[in-house]
Write a protein that binds this ligand. Structure first.
Ligand SMILES: NCc1[nH]cc(CCC(=O)O)c1CC(=O)O
Length: 309
């Protein structure tokens, strides 16, 4: 590596995070005609990586996976941080922003079943593992008889628990499985209008200091406008509703020509009730579309919808 690298990327150390950071490194090297070795990838351990024994929603939520990385951005020890947009809080530290989104991967969830290839085929009362409150609620809505258990750890840990027979099935994002080259494990791909995905699912987001024009200019060729517009709508929706991380929320936007369509959903944790709001409009209205759908659902849900605070 050169004396001082062309760029310094910060990332978490999970296999998925590393795959994503290396993808961004490859794209940046190709876009600017530099060697991949001239772009440093720095692994940063976060509080979230260290907590494996309880649901993250109880440990303090989404910021747990980003704080240490953001400190290094602010200190200038790294130039950019590569994230799964899905894991990013809607409010970022002062001076930082998600300034670039790569073209989105598959937005859908995949079911990996052992007792049955499909969710519908699972025996009555079967145990399904999921770490996501959204997926837990969506599974319970379809199959109130199933026992849904919280299932933490990275993708590999979860597959190991599945193979050990701890559960009859689990659900993971197709995007992560594709990036890890293990999508062949999936026994049922679930359509996005059946399990509406998490806000940001499948989209890699890149965070920088907002005043770092050099890095922002270097990232510009990687930015995928349809994904960025979809994320603007989805994150505006989440920001209206995101009282806490203990809330099953889903949202997905897509650009067709210059028309942006957004669908958002909130669910009771037990899946017994859900509400959907949809909006479409011009690309320049992305934030307003998401916000408006969020406000509608907030009004329809009323206090206590997501359960006791
Ligand atoms: N919270 C973990 C997480 N964050 C992003 C992904 C998958 C990749 C993506 O959605 O972009 C995953 C794993 C999963 O949900 O299966």
């Amino acid at each position: 590596m050169a004396q001082s690298p062309f760029l310094r990327i910060g990332t978490r150390g999970s296999a998925l995070a590393l795959a994503q950071a290396h993808l961004v490194r490859r794209l940046l090297a190709a876009a600017h005609g530099v060697a991949e070795d001239d772009i440093a990838v720095q692994v940063i351990k976060t509080t979230g990586d260290a907590i494996l024994d309880r649901p993250l929603s109880e440990a303090g939520g989404k910021g747990l996976f980003t704080r240490e990385i953001e400190e290094q951005l602010i200190d200038g020890r790294i130039d950019l941080a590569v994230h799964s947009s899905k894991d990013m809080p809607t409010v970022l530290p002062e001076g930082l922003g998600l300034v670039c989104f790569l073209k989105r991967e598959d937005v859908r969830d995949g079911f990996i079943g052992r007792a049955s290839a499909t969710i519908a085929g699972l025996p009555k009362g079967a145990v399904v593992g999921s770490s996501s409150l959204r997926r837990q609620a969506q599974i319970r809505r379809e199959r109130p008889d199933l026992q849904v258990v919280t299932f933490r750890g990275n993708v590999q840990t979860r597959l190991a628990k599945l193979n050990a027979g701890d559960v009859a099935g689990t659900m993971l994002a197709m995007a992560g499985l594709n990036r890890l080259g293990i999508a062949h494990e999936v026994t049922e791909i679930v359509a996005a209008d059946r399990f509406l995905p998490a806000v940001g699912q499948g989209a890699i987001g890149i965070e920088t200091r907002l005043d770092d024009t050099r890095t922002r200019d270097l990232l510009a060729p990687l930015d995928h406008r349809p994904t960025a517009l979809a994320l603007a709508a989805e994150r505006a929706f989440l920001a209206v509703l995101d009282g806490s991380c203990r809330t099953p929320i889903a949202g997905l936007a897509g650009l067709d020509g210059e028309t942006l369509s957004f669908t958002g959903e909130i669910l009771r944790p037990d899946g017994s009730e859900s509400h959907v709001a949809a909006r479409s409009g011009g690309a320049s209205d992305a934030v307003a579309l998401g916000r408006d759908a969020g406000a509608e659902l907030k009004g329809r849900a009323g206090a206590g919808f997501f359960g006791p605070a």
